[in-house]
Design a protein around this ligand. Sequence first.
Ligand code: NDP
Length: 296
Amino acid sequence: MTATLIDGRAAAERLRQRVAERTTELRDHGLIPGLAVVLVGDDPASRIYVGSKTRQAQEAGLRHFDHRLPATTTTAELLQLVQKLNADPDVHGILVQLPLPAAVDSATVLAAIDPAKDVDGFHALNAGRLALGEDATVPCTPLGCLILIREVLPDMRGKRALVIGRSNIVGKPMVQLLLQNDCTVTIAHSRTRDLPALCGEAEILVAAIGRPKAIAGDWIRQGAIVIDVGINRIDDGSGKPKVVGDVDFATAVTRAGAITPVPGGVGPMTIACLLLNTVNAAIRSRFGVAAEILKP
Ligand code: NDP
């Protein structure tokens, strides 16, 4: 058996289309969703991510505001910029690209972002609301994973789901989303015992570890839905770094029912969900919290 491939590029394209359509409608009301992107230093991977975010925002009709700051920027200077963006009515979403330089107090900077403009969904208020099952801005990567699961399984009620990884930006919010969708959720991490046995029970498996091919294909339950969040660069001897996921795709594809490839799975969804969160932040800022937002 070969698994169905869950095409993240196509799903992201469809979501971007919907974002672009809603943005066009909002323009008729004189509202242009605005995304401010803050990049500190010149980490090459961050520069690529920020470039993609601003390009896709522009293509979807959003306004974007680029703030590129030197690596020597202090916490106080960043806080000042965040306050300015919080107060700017043209800015509906604020994204501070992580990681920040070691000398900057990242937690303080992220906490200073107005929760209504926190389109990454990292603010404690949004994390807390999500955990309480209240209306919240959901972090982009797990939101993208949920959309991809729904592509192949619209009703996940009662399914046994395993999330491997407990980070605040992927693992924990993923658990909340699966719970909200009535899955029975297990969360695993580096201290979990007998991970292969847990994998063998999971009807939905989300791997967000950051270890190349850490999940062996023969651990996967026959017919499971496998969402691979991992982005790992490895040297396969070709002289060019190769990007692989956390799941050993070549073997997993023979057991899973559906699986996301890496690249081309979760990755493209993350930016599309950022655009969605920005448009929804703009809608809320203009029409209030009860306004009809664009559903993921
Ligand atoms: P973190 O490093 O913050 O978290 C990794 C988690 O995996 C931790 O909870 C850790 O456990 C757990 N872990 C580590 N090793 C193992 C192991 N051998 N077995 C089980 N669990 C383990 O990573 P992130 O959540 O930020 O990212 C995870 C991966 O997803 C990375 O590859 C990252 O590049 C990718 N990513 C991809 C995105 C996309 O757009 N596609 C966006 C964000 C991330 P413990 O808590 O015990 O240390």
